[in-house]
Each structure stands twice: as structure tokens, then as C-alpha cells.
Design a protein around this ligand. Structure first.
Ligand SMILES: CC(C)[C@H](C(=O)O)[C@@H](O)C(=O)O
Ligand code: SF4
Length: 464
């Protein structure tokens, strides 16, 4: 029978088949953990006197509560408070107790969980991957079935390396043609969510395919899969291809020598068969996608940057944002710019931003924070001199982590401030109580930083 990419990965991982009364039990290949959603799961293990079933397939990093400022003169990290400090300390104790590899603060491999998994080659095609974190969908860019789980499921995965799951439905999103020159993967995913809505893919695993997706590099594909969850999807997937293999080759945890060829042979089978059917199909024309920005309080409230806020926009959202229906977004004042998060903190994102920052100054009333997704991204950016471009412009160049994406580490915006952010959620107060978030691409965010307002990035002259 013809199978979708999702079916192929799902079928390979069934331990016990689903019945009317019981969900399927599926095997989990890789389990990522971080300091926020793992502590209770470790407590559960201790209470029941259990061990971690596959410590060798469990990988931990510190990202949400970590400071993005360097160590102080005393060599200590400057945590926002005792709670954050404790979370990080506890993760280290837990990983030592249960024999789990930890990429801790100070480790060259540390960074946002969804940035470091692929970077280390831990994320691989055909795997089932879970993490107590909703943006685990990011890893689907490699043709993995990757989804977020709750803390009790983190506990089940620790103890059994399996999870009970009902089989989700599938949604194919085909993106034909090409994106225009100044349109990015972030604009495309915002356009997709604006079209299908925040509940549009509920109960489904999305597979993105078509000419436009094939043309994307792995970092763009990660940006797309990352935000699948914002359309309600269980996961997002893209069939692996030569770009996927080239990206992974030689990465620390990628298969080596003879294993590499076997792996590529297996991975090459991971595509949707010609006659396979999705439960739903959505078609997007790449050329029609414009640079996007959100105006409201969830990611579907997004419009082309040159557009006007729809008259149908929910009043409560506009009241919160301080906007009105039918107004243009262009020229609105901006207070803060955040370039970072598991959506857009990779090297290509920083390069896109640096092109606009180069030779310019951050507007005097704007605070611009640039937070690489990992140490590896940071180091690469510094080798390319991007840090100097940002610093000379007057932006803050920080240590890696989730940072202002949700402000758990104290990097927050003030009540009423407007922040153009390359992250994935614009919920009320997410970046700080009373703060207002506008989601956009790295280029749009950089353009807002140097002009102090919402502007189409194509209007900015790049300096060579
Ligand atoms: C802290 C964590 C549970 C949360 C998530 O699951 O998504 C965070 O990463 C987020 O982006 O809101
Ligand atoms: S960067 Fe933001 S969205 Fe991603 S894991 Fe961290 S808090 Fe969640």
C-alpha cells in the first residue's frame, strides 16, 4: 500500500498496535530534555525507584532559564533569580544521577534544544523524537517524527523509551513555485498559519513538500517545521534529500564510515509514495507569499507587511496591541527588536539580519537584542565578523539561549512596549507582562531596529 512519509516512520516504531480501546505504543528513538519540563519527571523516577531506560538516547541541554550575559568577574553566571539557578543546578544533578549526556552552561555544545539537536547530528531522518517542549516539531525538517510531550510523558519516556499515542491524521502542504527574493521561510510559515488558522492542523501531522520546500536549505526547513505547532499540528515533517544528508555528514553524532552509507540508503526511502493520500491537502503558490508581520495576539493574526489590519480582526486583540482595524502596519513605532529563538537564531538568520545592520545604527529609541541559538552559531557568527556589525550598530550581542522568546531568564520587554521578534509566539505578555509582540523574519526585525519603525526591509539600502 502506498504510504506517506509519516506512515513510514510511524509504522516502523509501533510496539503495540492501536485498538478502539487503547492507543498504539510507539518506540522513541531520541529524547531531548531541558531544565524546565524535566524536574518532576525525574522526581517520578526517584519515587518509584526507576532508572532511565535509554540514557544513551537521552540528551539534555540548558536553555530557557539561562542568562544571556557572560559570567561575572567572579566566574559565576548571573541568573535572574534563585528559581532559575536552582532549575539549572537540578538538571545537572539529575543528569549525573541517571547517566544522561548534558550540554551544560559553559559547554561548547550548549544552546536551545531545537538548535543543538540538529547541529550535533543527534536529530536524524526516520527517527521518533520527543521533548517536553512544543517546538520539538523543528526536528521534523530532517524527516523525523518529532513532537512535544507533557511532563508526565517525559517520565514515561524516561522509564520505558515508549509512549502511548493515537495515530494522528496527515495534512500535506504543497508549496509550488519559488519565494520572491526578499521573502523568507519565516514569511512563508506565517502566511501558511494565517491561511489555515491556529487550529487548522489540529490532530494532524503536516508534511511540507513541493518545489519551494525542496529549494530550501535545512535552516529554512527548520523554521517552517518549528511553527507547525502554531497551526495546531502534532508535528511537521519534510522528506530528507541530498541537502539533509550533506548537512548531517560529519556531525558529531551522525553515523560514521560504513554506517553512513547504510544510513543514507535507509533515509533515501523516506518519502511519500506517489499514490499515497493525505487526509487533507493545502496548496500554496510560493510567488504569492509576501513579507509578513503579525498585528495581534496569536500567530494567525498575520498580514503582508504592506497590508492593513483586517476589519474582522478581534477587538480584544487590537485593544491589547493598541492597534485599530484598517490601519496600515507600516510606520508603526517599535521599542524593542529581538532576533533569536528556535525559529530564527541560526547562522543564516544572523547573516540575513547582519546584511541590514551593516554600516547602520540602531534607532536611538530602540533596544535591539541579538541572541544566537547555540554556542556553535555564536562562534560561527564571530568568525564571520557578524558580532562586530551588530555591536557597532549598537545592538546587544548575547550568549545563547531562549532569552526574550519567552523571558524566563529575565530578558523581558516592559509593559506597553512593542517588540518586533523573530520568535514564534505573540501571546499576551509572553515577552514580559503587558508587552506587545510582532512576529516577523530576521530581515524585517533588523529593518525595524535600524529605522525604529515597521518598514518593508526591501526599502533599506544595504551597505557593502
Ligand atoms: C517552557 C516550555 C514548556 C515551552 C514550550 O513547551 O513550548 C517553551 O519552550 C515555549 O516556547 O513556550
Ligand atoms: S526559543 Fe522560545 S519557542 Fe523555542 S524552545 Fe525556547 S522558549 Fe520555546
Amino acid at each position: 500500500m502506498a504510504k506517506t512519509l509519516f506512515d513510514k516512520v510511524w509504522d516502523k516504531h509501533i510496539v503495540t498496535a492501536e485498538s478502539n480501546d487503547t492507543p498504539a505504543i510507539i518506540y522513541i528513538d531520541t529524547h531531548f530534555i531541558h531544565e524546565v519540563t524535566s524536574p518532576q519527571a525525574f522526581d517520578m523516577l526517584r519515587e518509584r525507584n526507576l532508572t532511565v531506560r535509554r540514557p544513551d538516547r537521552t540528551f539534555a541541554t540548558m536553555d530557557h532559564s539561562t542568562p544571556t550575559t557572560p559570567r561575572g568577574a567572579d566566574g559565576e553566571y548571573q541568573f535572574n533569580g534563585e528559581k532559575e539557578k536552582h532549575q539549572v543546578k537540578q538538571l545537572k544533578i539529575n543528569c549525573e544521577t541517571f547517566g544522561i549526556s548534558l550540554f551544560e552552561l559553559g559547554d561548547e555544545r550548549q544552546g536551545i534544544v531545537h538548535v543543538i539537536g540538529p547541529e550535533q547530528g543527534i536529530t536524524q531522518p526516520g527517527m521518533t523524537i520527543v521533548c517536553g517542549d512544543s517546538h520539538t516539531s523543528t526536528h521534523g525538517a530532517f524527516g523525523a517524527l518529532a513532537f512535544g510531550i507533557g511532563t508526565s510523558e517525559v517520565g514515561y519516556t524516561f522509564a520505558t523509551q515508549c509512549l502511548p499515542q493515537r495515530k494522528p491524521k496527515t495534512m500535506g502542504i504543497r508549496v509550488d513555485g519559488k519565494l520572491s527574493e526578499h521573502v523568507s521561510a519565516k514569511d512563508l510559515i506565517l502566511a501558511i498559519i494565517a491561511k489555515i488558522g491556529i487550529g487548522g492542523a489540529t490532530g494532524h501531522v503536516i508534511e511540507y513538500f513541493g518545489e519551494c520546500i525542496r529549494a530550501m536549505d535545512m535552516e529554512e526547513r527548520m523554521t517552517i517545521c518549528n511553527m507547525s505547532i502554531e497551526a495546531g499540528a502534532r508535528a511537521g515533517m519534510i522528506a530528507p534529500d541530498e541537502k539533509t544528508f550533506t548537512y548531517l555528514k560529519g556531525k558529531p553524532y551522525a553515523p560514521k564510515e560504513a554506517f553512513w552509507e547504510d544510513a543514507v540508503n535507509d533515509w533515501s526511502q523516506l518519502f511519500t509514495d506517489e499514490n499515497a493520500q493525505y487526509d487533507q491537502l493545502v496548496v500554496i503558490q510560493g510567488e504569492e507569499v509576501k513579507p509578513m508581520i503579525t498585528y495581534g495576539t496569536n500567530p494567525e493574526m498575520a498580514i503582508p507587511i504592506n497590508g492593513t489590519i483586517p476589519s474582522s480582526a478581534p477587538k480584544h486583540a487590537l485593544d491589547y496591541m493598541g492597534f485599530e482595524a484598517n490601519q496600515p502596519m507600516l510606520d508603526k513605532n517599535v521599542d524593542v527588536v529581538f532576533i533569536g529563538s528556535c525559529t530564527n537564531s541560526r547562522i543564516t538568520d544572523l547573516r540575513a539580519a547582519a546584511k541590514i545592520f551593516k554600516g547602520k545604527k540602531v534607532a536611538s529609541h530602540v533596544r535591539a537584542l541579538i541572541v544566537p541559538g547555540s554556542h556553535q552559531v555564536k562562534r560561527q557568527a564571530e568568525e564571520e565578523g557578524l558580532d562586530n556589525i551588530f555591536i557597532q550598530a549598537g545592538a546587544e550581542w548575547r550568549e545563547p539561549g531562549c532569552s526574550m522568546c519567552l523571558g524566563m531568564n529575565g530578558d523581558i520587554i516592559q509593559p506597553g512596549q512593542i517588540c518586533v521578534s523573530t520568535s514564534n509566539r505573540n501571546f499576551e505578555g509572553r515577552q514580559g507582562k503587558g508587552g506587545r509582540t510582532l512576529l516577523a523574519s530576521p530581515a524585517t526585525a533588523a529593518a525595524a531596529a535600524v529605522t525604529g519603525k515597521i518598514i518593508d526591509a526591501t526599502q533599506i539600502k544595504e551597505t557593502n
